[in-house]
Design a protein around this ligand. Sequence first.
Ligand SMILES: [Fe+2]
Length: 359
Amino acid sequence: MLQADIRTQSTNPAKLAGLFKKQFELCKVKPGETIAIVSDLGTRREYIEASFAAAEELGADIYEMCVNAIPTWTSVGVETVGKCKGTLEALMQCDMVLIFHVPLFSSWLKKVMDNGVRIQMIIDAPDDLYALQSPPGLKEALLHAHKLYENTKQVRVTSKAGTDFTYERGEYPVMSQYGFADEPGHFDHWGAGFLHTFPNEGSANGTLYIQPGDIVILPYSRYIQDEIIVEVRDGHIVSIEGGLDATLMREWLEDGKDFPEDRDPFAISHLGWGLNPQARWDSIALYGDSPERNRAATRAFPGNFLFSTGPNTQGGGTRKTRGHYDLPMRGCTIELDGNRIIEDGKVLDPKMIVPRERR
Ligand SMILES: [Fe+2]
């Protein structure tokens, strides 16, 4: 293979300890606090080394709990903690958990968070930890958006391509991620910068015209190549039409069924938008389709409408299905009770616009 064909990491591994120290400072790690790392056999060792070094510099205590499972991005909800005696109790006792795989939709996570433990998820490549690390103003922008979303009853999403989709909200909480876990019971994802909630049961209706350049980040990590027309009636998808991308979506969700009449994979899941100016929608084109390069970037880029299907246990609902699809859409207009905050994919609300740092 020619050297030019290899995508090399541009972040010097020796800089990781400093990067982690900055992250811990964002997380308000204090002397005497206890940090528990939840890792697996696939976790990058240099992340553990950097975490240990950063904790030591800040006077915090830290240890690693390596679990015997590697939950992949496409198998969320795996119970990694709690099956072994004492693991849940240990995590409930610490101040912050650093987790190196996706704990979402698992039951232990909620218990630990409800106990006031901060949860910092780290699942992106070193270059992305550097490039996407929360810039000044992102937390404030997210908190502003959070408040607006929380006070919203009806959301309408439209696009020039023909999308006209509405849902009501209020049954489930709004969840915001601004890139660092600084407050008791707060979950965050290093590199994030987005918020979401789950629509009221049965309230989502309309048609989505998903366009080339939109992204199916979960499960496929690829750009949409041909239009998908998705019809939603009373909270569930009733048809998925189009070419290859429609077939991929339909068959993935069909495959997520637990029994023939199971409609849970077709339910509408978390809905929200991205605000991190450090994140680029073209990250797949620039850096390739490895999930480790695209987990935060593709969900967090400003102005995307993140559509998804499947489980809603993270919000407090009962759907646990494997049929989960995450699909950031570009070029959408989002109105909260008639208040237009994003137009054609561009953020309009000045309090949601965060300057981009060149890194
Ligand atoms: Fe998702």
